[in-house]
Design a protein around this ligand. Structure first.
Ligand code: FMN
Ligand code: ATP
Length: 382
């Protein structure tokens, strides 16, 4: 490897990442270089041993900022239990070998890129979590550097050997590399574990593979979680994720029609492609008080009142009358009640919402009394 070799220039990121990064900056600590940004308030990993704040790079870091690293590569959508096992192994190796624990993720998701290329948006996987949530989860797992690598024509057509030399070795100074046993990379997915092992022996980095992490005999994967979510099976999604499925964001202003029909709602914007969910759900809301608050949510475009509405997540929180505008909250999905519908008029919509609320209250009362007990009025807690 020579110092003068041309490295890929950190490219400006796609629109979706730019949005996510401005999101990240909302609650962020300051950027330290032109192509880094903080990922928000960073909890210390262990109270007695504070670690460095995670740094996020768009593309490979500038020369001079490439300490030897322990690396893993993937999409990490949802940061599920398989990913968490990878990250635990990464962190342990980094500590043992005094390397920077580093993760490379792709933006957009490679399947999103190919779907766009073929003009078949339906082939793009619906995201389980936003980039912001992904960075937060990686940070909480002890990752110190995240490389957000732009997935574009140049990367898609890069031969495996070039990816290893330019990006892994010269760009990231990799010394220890962890991948899953099914890992494929490079043009036409020609590179695999053997390609990496052979290159590692030649170029001076160790390659380790993690055996498959399964639940009930099924490999845990982002795809399996997407399927569970599409089926409204939140218990299964939670089992594979290791945490409940939630959509987070800042509370925004709606049309304020809800309060006039007896159902004021807390609204969150949902980015295109962020979720494939749609319908009416039993939920609980985190972030408005010390305990989650029970409610019922509508996720969709509200066909009864708007012709071409954007996707909104609207939650009617039971027994809540505080002001939530601007707050950062997370809505946890517990059960699907029904699909979104276009009603003939407002009274029919209100009657349907009455039934949704009864349904959700009954669910909390009978099935999950504990959650219901926790989720009483928060007005005095805010
Ligand atoms: C539990 C619940 C169920 C809803 N179901 C539907 C529905 O099936 N179809 C629809 O067009 N809008 C539905 N909505 C959305 C309402 O149209 C919307 O909340 C109301 O118009 C208030 O909008 P605002 O928040 O902009 O004031 C539902 C809202 C809630 C809270
Ligand atoms: N269940 C698992 N057990 C072991 N390794 C895993 C598991 N799931 C993912 N990995 C590894 O974690 C890294 C990141 O995974 P990635 O997010 O790209 O895959 P995935 O979860 O299988 O997603 P998808 O279903 O969209 O392909 C890869 O190296 C992958 O091989």
């Amino acid at each position: 490897m020579s110092e003068s070799t041309q490295l890929p220039v950190p490219a400006p990121l796609s629109a979706s990442l730019t949005d996510a990064q401005s999101d990240i900056r909302d609650g962020a600590s300051a950027s330290s270089t032109d192509n880094t940004c903080g990922s928000g308030p960073v909890p210390d990993h262990t109270p007695d041993q504070p670690r460095d704040e995670v740094r996020v790079f768009r593309g490979v870091p500038p020369s001079g900022q490439r300490p030897p690293c322990a690396l893993t590569i993937g999409n990490f959508d949802g940061v599920h239990l398989g990913h968490q096992a990878m990250l635990a192994a990464l962190r342990a190796a980094a500590e043992r070998l005094s390397l920077k624990p580093t993760v490379m993720v792709f933006e957009p998701h490679p399947r999103e890129y190919f779907a766009q290329l073929q003009q078949r948006p339906e082939l793009a996987p619906a995201r389980i979590a936003s980039l912001r949530d992904k960075l937060t989860s990686l940070d909480e797992a002890g990752v110190e550097r995240v490389i957000v690598q732009r997935f574009d024509a140049a990367l898609a057509s890069m031969p495996p050997e070039e990816f290893i030399r330019q990006i892994l070795v010269e760009g990231l100074n990799v010394r220890w590399l962890l991948v899953g046993d099914d890992f494929r990379f490079g043009a036409r997915r020609a590179g695999n574990l053997d390609t990496l092992r052979e290159a590692g022996a030649r170029l001076g980095f160790e390659v380790v593979s993690l055996p498959t992490v399964s639940a009930d005999g099924q490999r845990i994967s982002s795809s399996a979680i997407r399927t569970a979510l599409a089926e409204g099976d939140f218990a299964q999604a939670k089992k594979l994720l290791g945490h409940p499925y939630m959509i987070g964001g800042h509370v925004i202003h709606g049309r304020k029609l809800g309060r006039t029909i007896g159902y004021p709602t807390m609204n969150l914007g949902v980015a295109p492609g962020q979720t494939s969910l749609s319908g009416i759900f039993v939920v609980q809301v985190h972030g408005l008080g010390p305990q989650p608050l029970a409610g019922v949510a509508s996720l969709g475009v509200r066909p009864t009142i708007e012709d071409a509405g954007r996707v909104l997540l609207e939650t009617y929180i039971f027994d809540f009358s505080g002001d939530a505008y601007g707050k950062l909250v997370r809505v946890e999905f517990l059960k699907k009640i029904r699909d979104e519908a276009k009603f003939v008029d407002l009274p029919t919509l209100i009657a349907a919402i009455d039934r949704d609320v009864d349904h959700a209250r009954a669910w909390f009362d009978t099935t999950h009394r504990v959650q219901s007990d926790l989720a009483t009025s928060a007005t005095d807690r805010i």
